[in-house]
Design a protein around this ligand. Sequence first.
Ligand code: HEM
Length: 185
Amino acid sequence: MTVAPLLVAFAGADAGRWRITSARTLIGPPLPAASHIAISEGTPPALPSNRTFALRGVVGNLRYTNRSERDGLAAIQAGLARPQATRAALIPIRKTPAWWALAQDERRAIFEEQSRHIGIGMAHLPAIARRLHHARELGEPFDFVTWFEYAPEDEASFEALLASLRATPEWAYIDREIDIRLART
Ligand code: HEM
């Protein structure tokens, strides 16, 4: 029996498990304002009717990660919903047509050999828990909806991680990015 990929929807609303503490548009058009993010997992998504926006993505399989990276990640990464992880970041991202015109091996080379995305990220595990949602194939306005959870004392580590990643060649291929920070209600 095949298991369908998990559909996850993040809705901007006036109530929800996570309260928005800041929302910053780094590049591209902004999203409508909201005070909370409500999350729905599964199909069909259960979203608040008064939502101002909804971002959908699926938890897909890994595309770029090689065996040793995969094993390394599995050995140290933390899962979502840890009691102490009361802070989160929701960062939807779109990559440029130039990125999508590249071949798989060229994208992998930019992602890891040039940018060290996994190498940089690994240094921040297990403090930062993460889940990547693929959205491009759903026809969504973003290609990825990224989600991170951490304890308040690990916020500085998360900022350092983002600063490092945003300075990499990979980020030159991003033409829409919105950084939404949250506190658990
Ligand atoms: C993809 C690791 C933090 C954005 C990936 C992949 C890995 C990874 C292994 C590739 C998945 C695959 O094989 O398809 C990590 C680790 C992090 C981290 C260990 C440490 C917490 C971040 C941060 C961002 C980010 C802070 C910024 C929002 C992305 C995006 C992709 C991705 C957009 C998809 C790239 C693509 O498919 O073109 N990450 N990451 N990651 N990550 Fe991270």
